[in-house]
Each structure stands twice: as C-alpha cells, then as structure tokens.
Design a protein around this ligand. Structure first.
Ligand SMILES: Cc1ncc(C[n+]2csc(CCOP(=O)(O)OP(=O)(O)O)c2C)c(N)n1
Ligand SMILES: [Mg+2]
Length: 662
C-alpha cells in the first residue's frame, strides 16, 4: 500500500468528527480512538467484498460499541460499499438517512447487527461464531471458513451479558471469534476508575480465552496482536490500549469526546494536529483510492469461493439454507392429520416436543437449546446431538443458566444465516432475555423462543416461577409474535407459523400441565388468523368467550354451562394477538361483531394480567385473569383459588346476562 495507514485512519477521524459536528449529535471519541485499529483490520485482515455484502463466507464484523456508529459508516463508505454515500454521511442522524444514530442491520448492507444496547454485540458475535463452526462442520472448509471480529468498549465488557457470552464462547472454544476491546479507560461518567477495578484480562483468561495486548496507536503492535489472535485456537480478546478522541488536541483522553460534537474550535484544532487540510466531507484522492483498493482485497478470494461453491455437490442445499428458505416440500400436514385421528391429552410443552421431533427430522437447519431446562422445556429431540467443542456438527446447545446470553447468541446465529435457532427457558425468565428478544424483533431475526411453564398452571414452584404480566408485556413489544396454543394441534400449527416467519421472532408460551385436545378439524392452519371461532353458539348468541392456551378448555366448559341456561356462546381461541391484528376488518368483525355488550357480551379468560384484554372485551366486557402474584400449590387448586374455573366464571357471566349485580 502506498498510503500510510496513519493517513487512512485520519480519514475515519475526519469523517467522524465532521459528521457529528454537522449533526451536532453523536459520538466522535470512539471512532477517533479506534481509527487505527479499525484501519488495520479493514484494510489488511477483514475478508469481505463491498460489491457483494452478503457473500456467505465473508468475515463478520460487529461494532458492539454501537454508539461509535460513525466508525462503521466511515469504514463502509471508504472501502466502497454502495451505501452509505458521502451524502448519507452528511445526513448522519437525520430522519431517513441510513446512517442512523446507532447502526441498524436493516438499513445498511455491511451492518451485520443492530448495536447500541451495550454488551449485546459481543453476545451476538458468539452466536455468529457458533453458526460459522456448525456450518463448517456441516458443509466443510471449502464453503465455510471465516472469522467473527468485534469491536467492543469498556461498557460492552462491563455489562452482565458479557459474562454469559464470554463464558459460553470459552466453553465452546470458539477460536474464530476475536474481540478487540477499545481499552480507553473512559466511559460517559469519566474514568473507568470511578466504577470498576476488576482485572478484565484475568477474567477472560479464566473463561478460557486467549488474551493479547496492543498499543492501539502503533500499527506494528496492532498487527502483531491480530496475528497472535488468529493463530491461537481459543477465542481471543485483544486489549487494545487507545486514547479516546485521539487527534483532538484539547479533548482527547477525556469523556468530553465520548458523546458530543467537538465544537468548531476543537474540530479546527484537530485538523491542524492531524495535518488534515481537506474541507469537511472532502477526501484527498490518493486516500480514497487507497481505501477502495483495500476494500477490493478479497475479491479474488471471493471468486475462488464461488468456484468452489459451483463445484460442490451440496451447493443447492447450502444455498437454500443460507437463503433461509424451508424445503419446498416442508409440511406438517401428515403429522397434524395423525393428531386429529388420535387425540392426545398432553401439556403443550410435550406437544411442542412431539412436533419438534418431526420438524428436526425435516429441517436440518434447526439448532435447539435450552438454558439448563432441557427436560422441562422439552426442547431436545432424538435426532439432535449436542454441539460441543469437539463436535460442532451437533444441533443442540446446552446454553447453561444463561438466558440472556442464549437469546443474544440466537440472534447472532439467525443473523449469520444458514441455521434456525430455537431455545427454551421458563416464561417467567423471559424477563432475563428481554433485551435480546427486543433486538430479535428490531433486527427482524427468525429466532424461536420456547417458553414453558406459562402460568399459575405450573403449580407448586409458586409465584417466583409463575408468569403473570409476561404475556401482556411481550405482546406490547412491536413485531414479536406471541403464540399461546391450546392443544397439540394448535402447538404444531404455531410452530409452523414461527418457522415460516423468515423476518421476525416468535415466542411460544407453553404449559406444564396437561390439556385436552380441543381442535377437532384442521383443514387449514387457523392459528395463522391469530384467532378463530373454535365453537359456535348453539342457542341464540349472547356471549363471545375469548381465551388462549390452557384457558380455552375452561372457556369451552363455561360455554357448556351458558348453553345449558339458554345463552348461546361462541368460543374463540386466540393463540396470537399479533396475527389477529393483521387480519382484515371483515374477518375481525365476523369474529367480534360490532354490537353493544348487552346484545353480545365479550368475556376474556386468560391466567395472566387482564391488562390489555379490554381491547377485545371493550371496557364494559368481563375479564377473568390474575392481577396479582400467584401462589404455591397444585395447579388445579390454584385455578380454583383464583377463580379461574367454569364453576366460578359461568355464574358471574350468567348474572351479568340476567342484569343482576355481580
Ligand atoms: C445497555 C446500555 N446501557 C447504557 C447505554 C448508554 N451508553 C452508551 S455509551 C455508554 C458508555 C460506554 O462506555 P465505553 O464502552 O467505554 O465507550 P467509550 O466512552 O469508550 O466510547 C453508555 C453508558 C447503552 N448504550 N447501553
Ligand atoms: Mg471506554
């Protein structure tokens, strides 16, 4: 290369400080501090091809310290990605610019993950590195042989999820994972001395990582560290000592550069200091062409890879999996027909295990797992061997008690592509993975959460383990499909919907307790409608009963009692609110006619918070649920205690219909 890396790095510094200055908002310190380490990585090490950002065997790069978004925007622009253009960068942080405040995977090719919530980038990278090793073991070196590189800050390493992610990576020996830690000893509040005194390198060694230090402003030192990291078979932490805001003469090394524009005077002083004469957003020709040339470095490797793919007997299967398409003939219909013919009374967690047995045989791309509740979540099936340090071809991951780490890793796996991850824990511990579930939804990843023990119906473990507000709080999250199937058939149907949903996460809330089969015909997958009439009123219709999951059985029993008194009652099973909301107005009105409640009373039954059900019952309707914490005891006794039985509900509904005060 003819242009010194120092000058290449200064292009990043200039773009970062100028874009933040133009927006008068953003984080110049991190991109300026990491410019040298990132330049070495992107011009000499990273395997990628800006002309084909989705090349399956590219290295993955994750900017875990997402606040330093200008670093990745500069790198993508400089190495020749179609976007961001210089105008996009001029519009940094403005509405409509793909250069959003934090990098968004759905806005720019080359941004592999959405980052910003500190710690999750590293944890997603662990999932990417798992997917890489798994596909390598499945398809061989010729097709899959790449690294996962991460830039992480002090914050990413301080977050709790870092412990889960790094522990898992060390255990699985993910040697293709290299985390470059921006060791600048500054966070927003000031020096890291204010809040931490742990020996991070020792902590990583204890996880089983290889650790190497470098001077982040000395190119030879950076290269030596990367070389050592590449050579070591363990995951590597590169402790890269840097100065935040490097180049800003009066502010570098201080928290002042972290999250605010440098100001016109300091920007001018930085130009002097760096001997950078170009105007804002203007790049000297020799510098931009050197960057472009470096960006094209891997084109030959890419072309060679294409040749190997063309010659590979697994080309079609590999391409199918990487495209995320299910096999054309994938169908659960024969299985569902079998269930119809031989109804079974089992817990929906068991129903999930049963259908997973079929799914895992039909779809070699699934990778299951659980956060140490395999036998409770029923997530492992016959055909799955464990994925271990000695055998990455396994399709089952023992995540350990690391719910958040598991969920974030599944995001990384889904984003890597080629695999469909699902993982289990108790629904009550969805709170432990919630920040990653949120990123599944935001990033449009196909991650399937298998959350069992979904209500007081779990019984004796008591209120710490009994979800109450969880269903509603998960329904409140945009773009997450929350499924609560009522029996074996709905469970299979909801699984199929989750698998077919390529661009978003699904969560299955499943019971511990046995449930009768309530669905008696399944010509089509009615769960796809989100809600459907399971049974029509016999007598003149006066009531619509709405229920999900285990409470559908109760709704049917309430309907029996109402019909016996001459009040006709529809029973609507509502496994997925989000899908129901997507139906057209005619379908929704057919199920929930727009009639006054004294003509058609709407009643909901769900063993959880009633908050939110008024959307369907209307304010004057009736809502049976649980607006308090549960209790320890056998499930049937708890349902009785909390009034969630047909015996208790039906008389209240009848009293209401008769106009008697409750
Ligand atoms: C989970 C989470 N908590 C808090 C924040 C807000 N935040 C953004 S950057 C930052 C400080 C991070 O420090 P460091 O990683 O050292 O970044 P540097 O200041 O060195 O750029 C904080 C607290 C966040 N983005 N994510
Ligand atoms: Mg820092």
């Amino acid at each position: 290369m003819t242009v010194e890396p120092r000058l290449l790095a200064n292009a990043i510094r200039a773009l970062a400080m100028d874009a933040v200055q133009a927006a008068n908002s953003g984080h110049p310190g991190m991109p300026m501090g990491m410019a040298d380490a990132a330049t070495v990585l992107w011009t000499e090490y990273l395997k990628h091809d800006p002309s084909d950002p989705k090349w399956p065997d590219r290295d993955r790069f994750i900017l875990s310290a997402g606040h330093g978004s200008m670093l990745i925007y500069a790198l993508l622009h400089l190495t020749g990605y179609e976007r961001p253009t210089i105008d996009d960068i001029k519009n940094f942080r403005q509405v409509g610019s793909p250069c959003a405040g934090h990098p968004e995977n759905f806005m720019l090719e080359g941004v592999e993950t959405t980052t910003g919530p500190l710690g999750q980038g590293v944890a997603m990278a662990v999932g990417m590195a798992i997917a890489e090793r798994h596909l390598n073991a499945t398809f061989g070196e010729d097709l899959v042989d790449h690294h996962t590189w991460v830039i992480a800050g002090d914050g990413c390493l301080m977050e709790g999820v870092n412990h889960e992610a790094a522990g898992l990576a060390g255990h699985l020996g993910l040697g293709r994972l290299i985390v470059i830690w921006d060791d600048n000893r500054i966070t927003i509040d000031g020096s890291t001395d204010l809040s931490t005194s742990e020996d991070i390198q020792a902590r990583y060694r204890a996880y089983g990582w290889h650790v190497v230090e470098c001077d982040g402003h000395d190119f030879a030192s950076i290269r030596a560290a990367y070389d050592e990291a590449l050579a070591d078979p363990r995951p590597s932490l590169v402790a890269c000592r840097t100065i935040i805001g490097y180049g800003a003469p009066n502010k570098q090394g201080t928290a002042a550069t972290h999250g605010a524009a440098l100001g016109p005077d300091e920007v001018a002083a930085t130009r002097k200091q760096l001997v950078w004469d170009s105007e804002a957003f203007d790049l000297p020709n020799e510098i931009s062409s050197a960057w472009r040339e470096a960006g094209a470095r891997s084109q030959q490797a890419h072309a060679d890879w294409r040749k190997r793919l063309d010659a590979n007997p697994d080309k079609a299967e590999f391409s199918r999996r990487m495209a995320g398409d299910l096999p054309a003939d994938f169908s659960l219909k024969p299985y569902i027909d079998g269930l119809l013919a031989a109804p079974q009374k089992v817990a929906t967690r068991k129903a999930s295990e049963m259908v997973l047995g079929v799914i895992n045989d039909l779809l070699p791309e699934t990778i299951g797992g659980s956060a140490d509740l395999t036998g409770s979540n029923n997530t492992k099936t016959r055909s799955q061997n464990p994925l271990t340090i000695n055998d990455y071809s396994g399709r089952y991951i023992y995540y350990g008690i690391r719910e958040f780490g598991m969920a974030a890793a599944m995001n990384g796996m889904a984003l890597h592509g080629g695999v469909i991850p699902y993982g289990g824990t108790f629904l009550v511990f969805s709170d432990y993975c919630r920040p990653a579930i949120r990123l599944s939804a935001l990033q449009e990843t196909r991650v399937i959460y298998v959350m069992t023990h979904d209500s007081i119906g779990l019984g004796e473990d008591g209120p710490t383990h009994q979800p109450v507000e969880h269903l509603m709080s998960l329904r409140a999250m945009p773009d997450l499909h929350v499924h609560r199937p009522a029996d074996t058939i709905e469970t299979a149907q909801c699984w199929e919907l989750a698998l077919r949903r390529k661009d978003g996460p699904s969560l299955l809330a499943l019971t511990r307790q046995n449930l009768p089969q309530v669905v008696t015909e399944a010509q089509e997958n009615l769960c796809a409608r989100g809600a459907y009439r399971l049974r029509s009123a016999q007598a003149e219709r006066r009531v619509v009963l709405l229920a999900t999951g285990s409470e559908v059985e109760i709704a049917l029993a309430v309907a029996d009692r109402l019909e016996a008194e001459g009040y006709g009652a529809d029973v609507v099973s509502m496994p997925c609110w989000e899908l129901f909301e997507e139906q057209d107005a005619a379908y929704r009105a057919e199920l929930l006619p727009d009639l006054p409640l004294d003509q058609l009373l709407r009643v909901s039954i769900e063993a959880g918070a009633t908050f939110g059900w008024e959307r369907y019952t209307l304010n004057g309707g009736m809502r049976f649920g649980l607006d308090r914490f549960g209790a320890s005891g056998p499930a049937d006794q708890l349902y009785h205690k909390f009034g969630l039985t047909a015996e208790v509900i039906a008389p209240q509904v009848i009293a209401r219909l008769e106009g008697v005060k409750e």
